[in-house]
Design a protein around this ligand. Structure first.
Ligand SMILES: Cc1cc2nc3c(=O)[nH]c(=O)nc-3n(C[C@H](O)[C@H](O)[C@H](O)COP(=O)(O)O)c2cc1C
Length: 166
């Protein structure tokens, strides 16, 4: 099969694979906040607590994320659609449009996520056109909120019939 066909099929398959959505943040050398919308997030290990996500090497924040050594993953709640768009839009001052503050560890924390995982980078792995960042979770906060879902380029809450079928 042609490589182009495989890429199309891969996109079709992955686009039909539902995920949650996160915004991952860190701080650059100047101390400014940096953040990106990410759905490649996955939990890896319970003991010790390890997670991973991957970043496109073309992303403007690639060097900041690979060098800072720490980051925060915000697991978005179902009322945070706007953050998904904001943190994946080009040429906008992302942090001027939202409520956020610095953690004790000088990392940008956004308001309203259902979970906030503060991490230290333990490994980076080059994988094709992306870099995988593997993080040890050093601090966790949670809120009792429902998650935001991403599927076929749509974002939204878990539909009520999803629960009815259980
Ligand atoms: C739902 C969703 C999930 C995304 N997941 C990722 C991801 O896992 N890794 C990644 O590098 N970019 C991901 N992106 C794309 C980036 O958020 C987007 O390209 C962003 O603008 C990159 O930051 P930059 O503009 O600073 O380069 C995702 C975008 C959306 C809308």
């Amino acid at each position: 099969m042609l490589n182009e066909d495989n890429q199309r099929l891969f996109k079709e398959a992955m686009g039909n694979y539902p995920t949650g959505v996160t915004v991952v943040t860190t701080t650059n050398r100047e101390g400014d906040p940096v953040g990106i919308t990410v759905n490649s997030f996955a939990s890896v290990s319970l003991d010790p607590l390890i997670i991973l996500w991957s970043i496109d090497r073309k992303a403007s924040s690639i060097d900041t994320f690979t060098k800072s050594g720490k980051f925060i993953v915000h697991l978005l709640a179902n009322d945070q659609q706007e953050l998904v768009k904001l943190f994946s839009s080009k040429n906008v001052d992302r942090f001027s449009k939202i409520k956020w503050g610095f953690s004790d560890n000088q990392l940008p924390v956004l308001e309203g996520a259902f979970a906030v995982l503060e991490c230290e980078t333990v490994q980076t792995v080059e994988a094709g056109d992306h870099t995988i960042l593997i993080g040890a979770v050093t601090n966790i906060r949670t809120e009792k909120k429902d998650p935001l879902l991403y599927h076929r380029r749509h974002i939204g809450a878990i539909p009520s019939e999803f629960y009815e079928r259980m």
